[in-house]
Design a protein around this ligand. Structure first.
Ligand code: G3I
Length: 478
C-alpha cells in the first residue's frame, strides 16, 4: 500500500476556530477519504501525530505487565502520545501500608513514557476503590492527615514529570449524591477541595482533574459534577479540568455529550476523554465493528469541536488488554486494536476524524464504459438503530468483462445522510450518491464481488437504497 498525501490540519489548531457547519463539512470530507486499515501506522498517520496536529493528545492506559508485551509496546510507543498507568499510581500500589511508599511499578511506566516522548496522566490520588484496608480502618479524625500525606508524597515524587493528575476519581453515586467513602465520611464534600489544594501545593505545574464515569451525557450525576466544579471554581480552588471516562456501549453515545462538555468548559475548566472504550456483545461482526467505528468517530469529533477538550485516552491498547470482558461477561472488543494488535475500523474512523484522510485521494482509474452485455447485481444489508444505521453493499460483476475502476450510483432514502464510509469513496452525502472504488479494490473480474459500506444518520426511513447502476448500467438487486 503506498503512503498517500495527508490532509493534515494546520498546526495552528484550526479546530478552535471551527464553527459547527465547518466542522461538519470537514468531517464529511474526512469520511469519504478513508485510510485503508492496513495503512495505519504508516509514517505520519499515527493517531498521536494526527491528534497533535489538531492541538489534542491521543493517549492510552498501560500497566506494568504490558511492558513485556512487544506488540503492545510497539503500538503504544508509536501511536499514542499520552500514557495513563492503569493501576500503578493507585493508593494500594503506592502506599500499601501507612507511610510506606512504593514507586517502582509506576516509575517503570513513567520511564517508558519518557523514552517514547509520551506525556503522563497520573491516575489517581483519591479513590474509594483500590484503597488499602488501612485507610478504611482509620478513625475519621485521621483520614484528612493520611489523605494529605498520601497526595503530598506521591505528587512530590512525580513533581515536574506529569502532565496531569486525576486528583479525585469517581466521587459521585449515579443519583448525584456523594459517594460515602472514607474521605467523604471523614471530611464531607470538602475533601475534594482539600485534595486539590494539597496536590497544587506539591506540584504547581501538573493540571488537576476530577474524573468520573457516566457523566458524559446530561443526567443527575453530571449535574452533580457540574455543580461541584462551579462551586470549586467559585471558591478559587485549583481545578484545571474534568475527566469523562467514556466507557461507552456500542450505539449508545449520549446525544447530549457535546452539550454537556460545553457546559463544563463554560465554567472555565478543560475537559478530557480519559478512559475511552466502546463495548459490544461478543463475538464482534463486521456490522458491529462498523458501528463501533462510527461511535469512535463521533467521540473524536465531539472532542475536536469542543473548544477546551484537550485530548482522548483509550483504556488499554488493544482488545486483549481491556477490562471489559472481565467486568461485563459477554462483552468486549471495545478498543481500537484487535487481538493481534491490528487496527480495527474504529482506528481508521478515528484517524479520519482527525483529518487522516487524503487531500487528493489516489487517482482512481476512470471508470471504463461498461461494454454491452455487462451486468451487475447488488445485495446488501441495513443495520439500523434509533438515529443511525450502517449498510454493507456487495456488488457482483455478473458480466463477462473485467472492470478496471467502478462507480456505483444509487438513491438514498430521504433523511439518510452519510457520515462515514469504508472501501469506497462516497459523494454526496445525501440523495443520489456515487460510491467510487479506492485504489486497492478497483478491479472487478467477471463473477467477482466487492463490498463497501457506510454509516449514516436517518430521520426514520431506514430502507435500503434504490436504483443502483454500475458504471452507468442498471443493476439487479437481491
Ligand atoms: O495484581 C493482582 C494479582 O496479583 C491477582 O492475582 C489478581 C487476581 O484477581 O488481581 C490483580 O489485581 C487486579 C488489578 O486490576 C491488576 O490487574 C485486581 O484484581 C483488579 O480489580 C484490578 O482491576 C482494575 C480496576 O480498575 C479496579 O477497579 C483494572 O485493571 C483497571 O483497568 C480498572 O481501571 C478503572 C479506572 O481506574 C477507573 N475507572 C474505571 C476503570 C475500569 O474499571
Amino acid at each position: 500500500m503506498s503512503v498517500r498525501t495527508l490532509r493534515l490540519p494546520s498546526p495552528t489548531h484550526p479546530r478552535r476556530a471551527l464553527g459547527a457547519a465547518a466542522a461538519t463539512a470537514a468531517v464529511a470530507l474526512a469520511a469519504v477519504t478513508l485510510l485503508p486499515t492496513g495503512q495505519a501506522g504508516a509514517a505520519g498517520t499515527t493517531l498521536r501525530s494526527l491528534a497533535e496536529a489538531n492541538g489534542l493528545y491521543f493517549g492510552t492506559a498501560i500497566s506494568q505487565g504490558d511492558l513485556n508485551n512487544a506488540p503492545l509496546t510497539a503500538v503504544a510507543g508509536s501511536q499514542f502520545g499520552m500514557l495513563t498507568p492503569t493501576n500503578e499510581m493507585k493508593w494500594d500500589t503506592i502506599e500499601p501500608s501507612r507511610g510506606s511508599f512504593s514507586y517502582g511499578p509506576a516509575d517503570r511506566l513513567v520511564s517508558f513514557a519518557q523514552t517514547h516522548s509520551m506525556r503522563v496522566r497520573g491516575h489517581t490520588l483519591v479513590w474509594h476503590s483500590q484503597l488499602p484496608s488501612w485507610v478504611n480502618s482509620l478513625p475519621g479524625s485521621q483520614v484528612k492527615t493520611a489523605m494529605e500525606n498520601h497526595i503530598n508524597n506521591e505528587v512530590t515524587h512525580y513533581k515536574g514529570k506529569l502532565y496531569a493528575w486525576d486528583v479525585v476519581n469517581e466521587p459521585f453515586n449515579e443519583d448525584g449524591s456523594f459517594r460515602t467513602d472514607a474521605f467523604y465520611n471523614a471530611m464531607g464534600s470538602g475533601y475534594v477541595a482539600d485534595a486539590l489544594r494539597t496536590a497544587r501545593a506539591a506540584d504547581p505545574t501538573a493540571k488537576l482533574y476530577l474524573n468520573d464515569y457516566n457523566i458524559e451525557g446530561l443526567n443527575a450525576k453530571s449535574d452533580a459534577m457540574y455543580n461541584l466544579v462551579k462551586s470549586l471554581k467559585g471558591q478559587g480552588v485549583p481545578l484545571d479540568g474534568v475527566g469523562f471516562q467514556a466507557h461507552f456501549i456500542l450505539g449508545q453515545i449520549p446525544s447530549s455529550f457535546k452539550a454537556n462538555l460545553q457546559r463544563f468548559t463554560a465554567l472555565g475548566v478543560n475537559v478530557a476523554i480519559t478512559e475511552l472504550d466502546d463495548r459490544m456483545p461478543l463475538p464482534p461482526s463486521a456490522d458491529k465493528l462498523a458501528r463501533q467505528a462510527g461511535d469512535y468517530a463521533s467521540v473524536v469529533n465531539t472532542c475536536l469541536t469542543v473548544s477546551g477538550c484537550v485530548g482522548l485516552t483509550q483504556w488499554g491498547v488493544g482488545d486483549p488488554d481491556s477490562w471489559i470482558p472481565g467486568t461485563f461477561p459477554g462483552y468486549g472488543a471495545a478498543t481500537l486494536y484487535d487481538a493481534n494488535y491490528q487496527p480495527k475500523p474504529a482506528y481508521t474512523a478515528s484517524a479520519n476524524a482527525l483529518g487522516g484522510g487524503t487531500t487528493s485521494p489516489t487517482p482512481t482509474p476512470t471508470p471504463t464504459p461498461t461494454p454491452p452485455g455487462a451486468s451487475c447485481q447488488v445485495s446488501g444489508k441495513v443495520s439500523p438503530w434509533n438515529t443511525g444505521l450502517t449498510e454493507d453493499i456487495t456488488i457482483t460483476n455478473t458480466g463477462s468483462t473485467a472492470l478496471n475502476g467502478w462507480a456505483l450510483t444509487y438513491t438514498l432514502p430521504a433523511g439518510q445522510t452519510v457520515t462515514n464510509s469504508w472501501n469506497a469513496s462516497l459523494t454526496p452525502a445525501t440523495g443520489r450518491v456515487t460510491a467510487t472504488n479506492l485504489s486497492y479494490n478497483a478491479t472487478l473480474a467477471p463473477g467477482a464481488a466487492t463490498s463497501f459500506g457506510f454509516q449514516a444518520t436517518h430521520t426514520g426511513d431506514t430502507a435500503f437504497p434504490t436504483s443502483f447502476s454500475l458504471n452507468g448500467t442498471a443493476c439487479t438487486t437481491s
